[in-house]
Each structure stands twice: as structure tokens, then as C-alpha cells.
Write a protein that binds this ligand. Sequence first.
Ligand code: SD4
Length: 324
Amino acid sequence: MHTINRRTFVKAVAGTAALAVSEPRAATAASSGAVFLSTWVQGKAANERAAEVLKSGGTLLDAIEKGINTAEDDPNITSVGYGGLPNAEGEVELDAAIMDGTRHRAGAVASLRKFKNPISVGRLVLEKTRHTTLAGDGAFRFALQMGFRPQQLLTPESLKKWLEWKADPKHQTFWLNPTDNHDTIGMVGTDGKGHMVSGCSTSGLAWKIPGRVGDSPLVGCGVYADDNVGAASATGDGDLMTNYCTSVSIVHTMARGASPQEACEELLQQMVKTDPANRSAEAAVIAMNNRGEIGAASMQKGFHLKYALWREGQSQFLESVKLY
Ligand code: SD4
């Protein structure tokens, strides 16, 4: 485990422009081309699709959006889009956000029902409105207006799981009683020319209280991107992580001279510093700086992030550092 030496980067900041990034470590070497980094196993297909989109002339925003669409469209991924596990009332509610590091602007939707691609709806909030986030019924009506087709998002599989949960008299709920069933897709990427985008899409925590909004669609929490520095995304217990503004904290730590890896670990350590009970939190983060160097960290072995990296035409799965 590599812990950040605060003194080193505080010293580095003094007297220098605050946006410099540190030297790369071998494992996270800087890259001259596009790089995509995504959470969990679904990240591999997402990265590969993103690379194709960029190669065929799409923008980096197109690449991240279409990459994330692969997870949203897959009925077998029960934590994102179509087939995502529903809330306590059996309704699938989706959260997503995408942030453009050049314009320093994001588009997001929260608690979106009946549309399987919330990242694409969020993208249109960014492109077509002066707003950043639309939620609930307003987000639904916006998606309709933008021409998206509403559909049933429950699959026979997710319906069965909800009915089983409902029938279990001892089932877990979120009335101050956390459950542990998630696996969002968070994605960060660069085009290799210093442009950064971050995106995140999820059905949130299964059996959540209707209307609950997690960290994924919140700018600075599930996503953050700034071309001057880099981008970050987060996965895990969004009710907890929202309180730490994870992604913006990581990007700001990188801006002060930390590597992406150091910045990820610093964020998790900060969570433990404020509350030692967070050692057992389900929290994992990914980051990339504008030179294509990457970082990834999980709080603990029980929620050990596997992530996908696409760089120079090569796709691979990696395991993040875990702090506890
Ligand atoms: C949420 N952070 O809604 C999301 C869920 C998640 O891995 O990331 N799961 O809290």
C-alpha cells in the first residue's frame, strides 16, 4: 500500500502552480493516446466500446456515454440500467451523470424511471439545457421530450429477486439498516490530448427507499472532471460517500501535486480519519490525471474493486489497492 506523504505534496504546492501533477509511478505510466478506466467487470466492454467510438471519430463525451450504455443495456448487470434491481416498491430508479472537463460542466439525472440509458439523458441535460441535474418526474418528462422510449426496466430476473426480498419477513431495508448489493459503473477517460471526461451510471442500492438519490448523479461525488488536472469516479455506499464529495476531493488532491493513486488513497484515509468505523465501509474510487496516469483504491477487502483499463489498444482487468 502506498500512502501519500502529505508533506511532500504540500511542499510541492508551495511556490508552484497548483495544477501540476506528480511524476508517474511505473504501474500507472503516462500515456500518449486515449486511456479509459472503468469500475468492475462491466468496465471492460464499456472501455472497449468507448475506444471504438473515439477511433471512429466520436468525441470523448460520445465515447464515455456509449461506453456506459453497454452496461446500461445489459440485462445481466443488476446494478445498472435495464435489469437493475428496483427500489423497495419494485420500481427501477436510475441515477447517472457525465462531466466534461473542458467546459467544466456536467449533465445528470436522478431517480429516473422507465428509461434504460440515464447517462444519455444526462448528456442531453448537459447539451440542451442550462441546468445540471434533473430528477424524478421532471427527468422522466425531459427524457420523453428528447425522444427516448419509455419501457419496463424490470427483467424476469430482477422481478424475481424483488419478490423474494419482499416475501422475506426479515428482509433488510434502508431505514438505518444498510444492505450490501451494488456494483455501479464509473468511468473516466482521456483522449490523449489532455481532455478529460467522467461518467457514472447506476440503479443505486437495491431496495432503496423510493426517491433516494445516491452519489452517482451528483457532481463532485460520482463524477468530476477538469482538463487542467484529471477526472475521478466512485462506487460503493453512496449514502456514505456523498458526505465526502469523493470525486472532487480526489481531483483537488491531484491538483495539489498528488498522483492519481495517492489521491485515491488520501480520500479513503480522510474518510477513516473522520470516522474510524469507515474502515469497514464499502467504498472504492478510480482516478486519472490529464497525462493518462491512473489510480484506484478500495477501502477494505470485503469490497475489493476490480476495474478495467484500456490503454494503447490493450484491455485488461486489474485489482485495486485495498487499505484495510
Ligand atoms: C449508490 N454508489 O447509489 C451507488 C451504488 C454503487 O457500487 O456504486 N454501487 O450508492
